[in-house]
Design a protein. Structure first.
Length: 280
């Protein structure tokens, strides 16, 4: 909960340390942010619109699909990438908190911070694990985390802010990045007219992290899934294609599929270490 992670957070207005009382987190300068009854806090500020946030429907679809265990091999791989003894894990673009919760299951005593721009996602993440604190925050803005406070940072199907990721990680911190490959969700991509993965995805991942990180490990995680029509609707509804196709149109396409479909899940997982800059 927030009490476990508030010492890691900073005020998004002045950068000061935050403390938790019964209904808000506050800094010494007097800036206060209400804690929602579900236990999360929004640290978004200003009038500028945040990055694209998942809708309530997208978050519900993700919760159903991941809760059914369809991505279980990937979830276990992410958990396995986090070294024993880690005490602080953050997830930038945490969604429902599914991956972070599994990581915390394998790290007794560790605390986790789930960051997402969608209040619908953060509301669910706040209930994902007893040692998880959930915060509404925009990955494209300065993260409301203390510099050098995070030992492992997860980034699963989410935007990457290289400078901020480097700032919040400890000098020996680890960044775990998961991205879909061009084979992900075949043959549904063609049959349903889903958005395909950009062929330049890997190059853009490398560029987004700039000269601040070194990739130390890269692995392919690919497995088959047998999905009924309801599961197909959930996996489509939780991803970017949900923004580009009317739901009634997609349901009609899904209705034309066989009762079950054999679908490929395919991801790259990369492990990055901070590249320490020369003092010269």
């Amino acid at each position: 909960m927030l009490a476990d992670v508030v010492h890691l957070l900073v005020c998004p207005v002045c950068g000061g340390d935050l403390a938790l009382d019964e209904r808000a987190v506050r800094c010494d300068a007097g800036h206060a942010f209400d804690v929602a009854r579900q236990g999360y806090v929004s640290l978004l500020t200003g009038s500028r619109a945040p990055g694209t946030a998942d809708s309530a429907e997208m978050v519900a679809a993700r919760d159903v699909f991941l809760g059914a265990g369809h991505f279980a091999p990937l979830t276990e791989a992410v958990a396995g990438a986090c070294r024993t003894g880690t005490k602080v894990v953050a997830d930038a673009g945490a969604g429902t908190g599914h991956y972070l919760a599994r990581v915390l299951d394998g790290l007794p005593g560790a605390a986790g911070v789930a960051l997402d721009v969608s209040k619908h996602a953060v509301r669910r993440a706040s209930r994902a694990h007893p040692r998880l604190g959930a915060v509404v925050a925009d990955v494209w803005r300065p993260l409301p985390l203390r510099s050098g406070s995070v030992e492992v940072l997860l980034n699963v199907f989410a935007p990457r802010n290289g400078p901020e990721f480097a700032r919040v990680l400890t000098p020996d911190g680890t960044l775990v990045v998961v991205t879909p490959t061009s084979r992900h969700l075949e043959p549904l991509v063609g049959r349903l007219g889903l958005l395909s993965v950009d062929q330049e995805k890997e190059r853009r991942v490398a560029e987004s992290l700039g000269d601040r990180f070194t990739e130390t490990e890269r692995s392919l995680h690919e497995f088959g899934m047998t999905l009924g029509r309801d599961a197909v609707e959930a996996v489509v509804g939780m991803g970017p294609s949900a923004w580009h196709t009317h739901s009634h149109v997609m349901r009609a396409r899904i209705a034309d599929l066989p009762e079950t479909s054999e679908v490929t899940a395919s991801f790259h997982m990369s492990i990055f270490q901070r590249r320490l800059r020369s003092s010269r």
